[in-house]
Design a binder for this molecule. Sequence first.
Ligand code: AHR
Length: 498
Amino acid sequence: MTDARVTVHTEAGIDRIEPEVHGHFAEHLGRCIYDGIWTDDSVDEEGFREDVVELLADLELPVLRWPGGCFADDYHWEDGVGPREDRPRRRNLFWGQGREMIPEESNAFGTDEFLELCERIGTEPYLAANVGSGDPQEAANWVEYCNYDGDTELADRRRDNGREEPYDVKYWGLGNENWGCGGQMSPEQYAREYRRFATYVGTQSAHMLDYDLDLIACGFENHEWNHRFMEEVSDPKWGVEFPLDHLTLHHYYGRTMTVSESDEDDYDQFLVEALEMDHHIERLASAINAFSTTRDIGVIIDEWGSWHPEAQGGSGLEQPGTVLDALSAAAVLDIFNDHADVMTMSNIAQTVNVLQCLIETQGDDAFARPTYRVYDLYAPHKGNEAVTTSIETPTREVDDEELPLVGASASVDDDGEVYVTATNLDTRASHTVEFTVEDATGDDIDAQVLFEGQEPDLEVDADNADAFAADDLDVSVDGDGTVTAELAPATVAGISVE
Ligand code: AHR
């Protein structure tokens, strides 16, 4: 019996789903870079992990954030350029400890290696500049090294290091979590620092480049902090207009829940926490709107995902990749679609081996985690027009909250083809869902499903990774184009409808 209904209002457009909303984040933390993307942290060894590069290229990620995270505000980019054997080995305050608690960074993987990776996998780089312990000159110099085509020492240094053409890096973050690891600043203090950095990075670049950079400020899950930041940064007393293109925050969930030791009530709680993303986007957008009347400032969530107790500092923030985590990612991507009018980017944490990574390496093996499959299934949304959905769904009480058991979002491509994604967030029972796509004939339907028959706590490894690939989903189609499907517990569906 049908117990949930999704109606897709194809004429009620929200906005374009920026492809960057499917972005990623790679930090010098644990085995994300060394042993994940780059073979080894030794400066004598050279090379990308080709197996990982291939998986990344297949995923067609639109944007990749680097080098942190907290790492970024203790990182000095000049340490990571030039001949590898001359690069200084540094202690790192935050995350260098991933392998055997070594708080050291070899700098074997630096700016040119990262930007080469981005070119090889066809992704836009997003560099996070050091505000906490760096200065505006260092940040502006990094832009010049990467992007300037003139005759300066920094542009020549890039050429000497093997790169003739500028990289044209567009996205520049000015600081990371400056309310915490990035300098313990008050919102007013960060607002002033932000303006100082934006002046040097933005104004200098305006004279050097024939295109604008996108400058990104880092906010907080505490929305009073964001409000105060926006108030101070936009205060007319400063007089001069300065670049601020996006404001970001980080949302992690599942901090107290080890998936393998949890039951269905815990799963519900976890999913409720993941769905709080909706609230954070709304609150961040409202802080922006309260003070920005004259320009567009986009919402970015540049770190997000599950963070379970197994992911401790000493473990290099590694945790198992499960169906449950992947399910939460699908629910969050649906939320992003519904906020296409404000969302300009997101970056799940992190790309390889760390937290809710998409790719895991075990010795010589590299394989896709269940969350990778979700990104694959959701890929058709990228660049489409998000459209409004109405959802009638059973819910479950979880403490003081309601967990909607069925979720969905939809988008339309340039040819009018509609793509609907849906989640059954109920880890206990199946739900039969009726999808009505306004104006569709239902003549051409393609439906796929992830995780059917798999337990929420099922963990991926090198041997079972292929079992998480999408299967065909059985659907029935009525004469009026209504599609009905039974979604098994903890599954994700992708349905294209003409
Ligand atoms: O992604 C791990 C860490 O989480 C990042 O370094 C930091 O920005 C956040 O607190």
